[in-house]
Design a protein. Structure first.
Length: 289
């Protein structure tokens, strides 16, 4: 078994905004075949935010040899989801996810209502032959009592409706062991996000070791303010145990793709994903076609 390597298009978001088709062409030229989109404008008139019909978007992807294997959809609004799901079905995408929308985690009641929403979204996806997945950052490893938010989400969502996209970078920056969590939740793991942490960085690798207080209600501005761009490096050039992560993830029965993502870079975005492509080729257990 191998994992197919894809790219999260958030990695080239500025280039996409300026020249969408040219950027997709450069992504394909770099050697990527699989893409995950980041649709953070799902409340536009068409309910999807791409600005193109699904037919035209699919034609563009097909012509470039690109397949869409997931998409983050924010905000996650039930009244808009039918249009979003219609779009992605026509595009050939079989799963949508959500990431950063649902914190700060105000109290247990709030968190349980989010779990109820996730189940509803998962049901909507399942009825269409699709899947819904949840993507973590470091905040999910704050605690209510003796359980992390992540544990509470997993325990209060239906494993047949709510799947997960683990981000090993943010798991590590929460002071958690990504290998242990991949093993624990391998049956629900459908996408894996891989970033990398530089050998020299201005922050400790664990966010709670002096970067931000563990018990704060972390808002989105706080998240952005504490996310230092210098704490990201091209994937395969840093210190994360990527080969061990791949080896452990290969045991996940529903996992087909490992998705590279670059939140920030000192390079041109296209140069960055090319560098990650070349650096990532040293690992075993992966394929590009």
């Amino acid at each position: 078994m191998t994992l197919k390597v894809g790219i999260q298009l958030y990695s080239v978001r500025q280039a996409l905004k300026a020249e969408p088709f040219s950027t997709l062409e450069k992504v394909a030229q770099a050697g990527y075949k699989y893409v995950e989109a980041a649709n953070h404008d799902a409340m536009t008139d068409d309910g999807v935010g791409f600005g193109l019909s699904a037919k035209k978007m699919k034609e563009a992807l097909d012509n470039l040899g690109l397949s869409i294997v997931g998409c983050h959809v924010n905000p996650l609004k039930l009244e808009r989801l039918p249009a979003v799901l219609d779009y992605h079905q026509e595009l050939g995408n079989k799963q949508i996810g959500c990431d950063i929308e649902f914190y700060p985690y105000e109290d247990m009641d709030y968190l349980l209502r989010r779990c109820e929403l996730f189940n509803k979204v998962g049901e909507m996806c399942k009825l269409r032959g699709m899947r819904y997945y949840y993507h973590n950052h470091f905040q999910e490893f704050q605690k209510f009592g003796d359980k992390t938010v992540y544990e509470i989400i997993m325990e209060n969502t239906d494993p047949n409706l709510v799947f997960i996209e683990m981000d090993t970078y943010w798991i590590t920056r929460a002071g958690q062991d990504p290998l242990r969590l991949i093993e624990k939740y391998k049956d629900r793991l459908v996408l894996l996000h891989q970033k990398d942490f530089p050998k020299e960085a201005p922050q400790p690798i664990v966010m709670y070791d002096g970067v931000i207080e563990r018990n704060l209600e972390i808002t989105y501005p706080m998240f952005e303010d504490t996310k230092d761009p210098r704490c990201f490096t091209e994937i395969g050039t840093g210190v994360l145990p990527i080969q061990e992560i791949i080896n452990t993830a290969l045991k996940a029965p529903n996992l087909d793709y490992i998705i590279l993502e670059q939140d920030h870079t000192n390079l041109d975005e296209i140069d960055s994903i090319n560098t990650s492509m070349k650096a990532f080729q040293k690992y075993s257990g992966i394929e590009w076609i």
